[in-house]
Design a protein around this ligand. Structure first.
Ligand SMILES: NC(=O)c1ccc[n+]([C@@H]2O[C@H](COP(=O)([O-])OP(=O)(O)OC[C@H]3O[C@@H](n4cnc5c(N)ncnc54)[C@H](O)[C@@H]3O)[C@@H](O)[C@H]2O)c1
Length: 260
């Protein structure tokens, strides 16, 4: 099972987990669209990954909450490579507050990036996948698709919601050979997590070391962060799996923080 010449769109892939997934796919010969907020960042990553090959990448400027921008980005991919085989809806942010202090604007912003982003990109890709009779849609969930943590009401709500969306895509897409699955990582040390360490220390009134060892990794089997490479390997499995046998699923990759 490999991704040679498969056309893959990955949102939020200028850096972090998305970039690592792009790297893994390109190592396997895929053609990858790096979609992110700023063209400069997306193109820089695309150029760096193309230089390593054997696959190729292009940069796309895309705010996943903007329907016109999403549709234009997917159209660029179709104009460039003529099809779309894999969508990884990965773009995401984190905002932490107690519920009673959570600004409504921040709540709506977070839900929009995670949920509207997954919906709009899926909606734009499905007609092309249906036409081809195959496709793989991967939504980036989290252990927070399964578990709750204090201060993360918007994030936990959004990540639980993605499980529902993936299950509906699986049911509607099956007749067209389109499958959908969710990756649920534990804490991965990316800029998104680095930012949370001092924020949570302040909100919870504990040291940064306690945030890492007790709050983030306290329930893991070995006090280790999951890596971007770990997550990319699961994305590769979901992207390359050939049949509807693997659809509507969520896979937790978290050093045993959450076991099901
Ligand atoms: N890092 C973790 O511990 C962890 C754990 C579980 C799940 N996740 C999920 O993995 C995904 C990636 O997280 P990360 O840690 O790599 O984050 P990151 O902050 O390192 O990267 C996120 C990327 O998304 C982009 N982005 C943000 N808003 C966007 C928008 N509106 N449109 C397009 N792009 C946008 C950013 O520019 C950035 O390049 C997120 O969905 C996150 O919730 C992360």
């Amino acid at each position: 099972m490999n991704l040679k010449d498969k056309v893959c769109i990955i949102t939020g892939s200028a850096r972090g987990i998305g970039r690592s997934i792009a790297e893994r796919f390109i190592t396997d010969g895929a053609l990858v669209a790096i979609a992110d907020l700023r063209m400069g960042d997306a193109q820089k990553t695309a150029d760096e990954l193309t230089a390593t090959g054997p696959g190729k990448a292009i940069g796309l400027e895309m705010n996943v909450t903007d329907e016109a921008a999403v549709n234009a980005g997917i159209q660029t991919v179709i104009d460039t490579w003529g099809k779309v085989d894999v969508l990884v809806s990965n773009a995401g942010i984190q905002i932490v507050h107690k519920i009673e202090d959570f600004p409504f604007g921040d709540w709506k912003k977070l839900l929009s990036i995670h949920l509207d982003g997954a919906f709009l990109t899926t909606k734009a890709c499905l007609p092309h996948m249906y036409k081809a009779g195959s496709g793989s849609i991967i939504l980036m969930g989290s252990v927070h698709s399964k578990e709750a943590s204090p201060l993360k009401s918007a994030y936990v709500t959004a990540k639980h919601g993605l499980l529902g969306l993936a299950r509906v895509i699986s049911k509607e897409g099956a007749a067209h050979g389109v499958r959908a699955n969710v990756i649920c990582p534990g804490f991965v040390k990316t800029p998104l997590v680095e930012k949370q360490i001092p924020e949570q220390a302040k909100e919870l009134g504990i040291s940064e070391a306690d945030v890492v060892n007790n709050v983030m990794l306290g329930e893991t089997v070995d006090k280790e962060f999951t890596t971007v490479e770990d997550v990319a390997e699961i994305a590769h499995l979901f992207a390359s799996f050939p049949t509807n046998a693997l659809t509507g699923q969520s896979l937790v990759v978290s050093h045993g923080w959450f076991m099901e």
